[in-house]
Write a new protein. Structure first.
Length: 151
């Protein structure tokens, strides 16, 4: 189990405490692994999506994975993707969101509307063929456009 307190004024995860019974901890933050024997650490987070995996020296305790978003920017991950894209709308409720995906010929290949949504939305694009697409996200009148690649 992880106990956390996020300081949104500076992108830090403070008081990140481990409630495990291990002698050492392996923390993977955004692909970078750190080892420690301390049962509490402070991690510097980047704006946008941060991924954290924590394990101990005892295999039987498994791994805890967590995704933490800092800021209100709309982010897409992973990119490139295989079957689905995660669309992080941030920590505030979005009253109206429209997601459209276009192929290279500007044909709409996916369209969906969301209401009163926050956090991460999973978009199933498994029926698309591999290639480059454009995803257009309109949230409460603000437009964001991103290039995504299906593998």
């Amino acid at each position: 189990m992880l106990v956390q307190e996020i300081n949104n004024e500076s992108p830090r995860l403070e008081g990140f405490a481990f409630i495990f019974m291990g002698d050492s901890y392996h923390i993977k933050l955004n692909g970078v692994t750190t080892n420690t024997t301390a049962n509490q650490v402070t991690l510097m987070l980047k704006p946008g999506v941060n991924t954290i995996a924590v394990s101990t020296d005892k295999d039987c305790q498994g791994v805890i994975d967590k995704t933490i978003t800092i800021g209100e920017a709309i982010t897409l991950f992973p990119n490139p993707f295989i079957n689905q894209v995660n669309l992080n709308l941030g920590n505030s409720v979005i009253k109206n969101a429209t997601v459209k995906v276009y192929d290279t010929f500007t044909k709409t290949v996916y369209s969906k509307q969301y209401t009163n949504q926050l956090g991460t939305v999973q978009i199933d694009l498994s029926r698309l063929i591999p290639g480059t697409y454009v995803i257009n996200v309109i949230t409460d009148g603000k437009q964001n456009t991103h290039k995504i690649i299906k593998q």
